[in-house]
Design a protein around this ligand. Structure first.
Ligand SMILES: *Cc1c(COP(=O)(O)O)cnc(C)c1O
Length: 401
């Protein structure tokens, strides 16, 4: 494992192979161990592995890597971000209660409202940017406070340390979905958070090629409990995908740094355009969460959202944009444009969506590695098309009137 004294960018490269005793060949890459079972040394001596649901050397190299990067004790790799999140919630029991950020990822919203409910696990959605409101909603049976910061898609910022203080005072665990920031920019365990979760499908793997999830615990005891669930529930990451994720992580530092630089330039540019009423990006000094974000994170990331006047304008923009793919997901080498109302947040009823600011004019952009000038030029021509459409509509309405 890469030494903890090295910078993260260095550990991204070396954490998976340094000190790996399995490596007898000197191969610079972690081998892909395609083996479901392992020959036992003899009748009553067991080796380090017995069955790949319980442990696989390729997966283990990845699990040790993410534990190293997040500065935690136990890392675990799952078949998807939702598998990691679902497994984490299996630490709870019937009758427990969880507090969750209001603008949580759509899949997490669906898990909590439709699946956990069946197991009698109660929940309350709160505006976690407000510590007083969060404190008021803590109940005697509250066991977990679940944070997403920055949140999706409006990039609201939650004060991680503030929530951890509240949680510790009330004997609750804190979970943080760190997908948007990655360990490069935000290390929630440092602030006393108990469990960090990732959709590694996004920035960590970075190439829109695999679905994967990761979890890291601050202490060993919680790590053992979650490893028990990982083995019991069985939603593990396969060895091939574990390998791809290890390779993706190696370039995370370079990718996210460039994408974040570009995202700030685009956010600033969008903010000056007359057709856009709002731009959400935590790197903008006037973003309401900016002061807290810069205190707890080292960067602002590659995700931003902006609001066009209505659905017709959003549609025109999407139909004219040339470079970003129009798709769900985020955190890849290619820029990805999405329409939260019908894509990432389709699982949410309309009234819930509107209350969270996910209106019909909102678009989310995950900035990739294309040249910043090409992206800005492309955005400008798509905005021009949306503006023209609006002008034509106005003229039409005038003539009708
Ligand atoms: C995508 C995503 C998830 C779910 O992860 P999958 O890998 O798609 O299962 C969870 N949280 C956030 C913030 C995400 O963006």
């Amino acid at each position: 494992m890469g030494s903890y004294k090295d910078q993260l960018e260095t550990r991204f490269i070396h954490a998976s192979t340094h000190g790996n005793k399995e490596n007898k060949t000197g191969a610079v890459n972690v081998p892909i161990y395609l083996s479901s079972t392992y020959h036992q040394e003899n009748f009553d001596t067991f080796g380090p592995y017995d069955y790949s649901r319980s442990g696989n050397p390729t997966r283990q190299a990845l699990e040790q890597t993410i534990a190293n990067l997040e500065g935690g004790k136990t890392g675990l790799a799952f078949a998807s971000g939702m598998a990691a999140i679902s497994s984490a919630f299996m630490l709870l029991s019937s009758g427990d209660h969880v507090l969750i950020s209001k603008d949580v990822y759509g899949g997490t919203y669906r898990l909590i409202t439709e699946v956990l409910r069946k197991f009698n696990i109660e929940h309350t959605f709160v505006n976690m940017t407000d510590l007083n409101e969060t404190c008021r909603e803590i109940r005697p049976n509250t066991k977990v406070i679940y944070i997403e910061t920055p949140s999706n898609p409006c990039l609201n910022i939650t004060d991680i340390e503030g929530i951890v203080k509240l949680a510790k005072a009330h004997g609750c665990l804190t979970f943080v979905d760190n997908t948007f920031m990655t360990p490069l920019y935000q290390n929630p365990l440092q602030f006393g958070v108990d469990l960090v979760l990732h959709s590694a499908t996004k920035f960590l793997s970075g190439h829109s090629d695999i679905i994967a999830g990761l979890a890291v615990t601050k202490n060993e005891e919680l790590g053992e409990r979650l490893a028990f669930i990982q083995n019991s529930f069985g939603s593990i990451l396969g060895a091939q995908d574990a390998y791809h994720l290890i390779q993706g992580i190696k370039t995370l530092g370079a990718r996210l740094t460039q994408s974040s630089d570009t995202a700030l330039k685009i956010a600033t540019h969008l903010n000056d355009h007359p057709l856009i009423s709002e731009v959400y990006y935590p790197g903008l000094s006037f973003h309401p969460g900016h002061p807290i974000h810069v205190r707890q994170s080292k960067g602002s990331g590659a995700l931003l959202s902006f609001r066009l006047p209505n659905k017709a304008a959003a549609k025109a923009f999407v139909e004219h944009i040339r470079l970003p793919v129009f798709a769900v997901s985020l955190g890849a080498v290619e820029s990805i444009l999405s329409y939260p109302a019908t894509m990432s947040h389709a699982a949410m009823p309309e009234t819930e969506r509107e209350a969270r600011g996910i209106t019909d004019g909102l678009l989310r952009l995950s900035v990739g590695l294309e040249h910043v000038n090409d992206l800005i030029e492309d955005i400008d021509q798509a905005l021009e098309a949306a503006t023209q459409l609006r002008k034509e509509k106005r003229i039409l309405l005038k003539h009708r009137g």
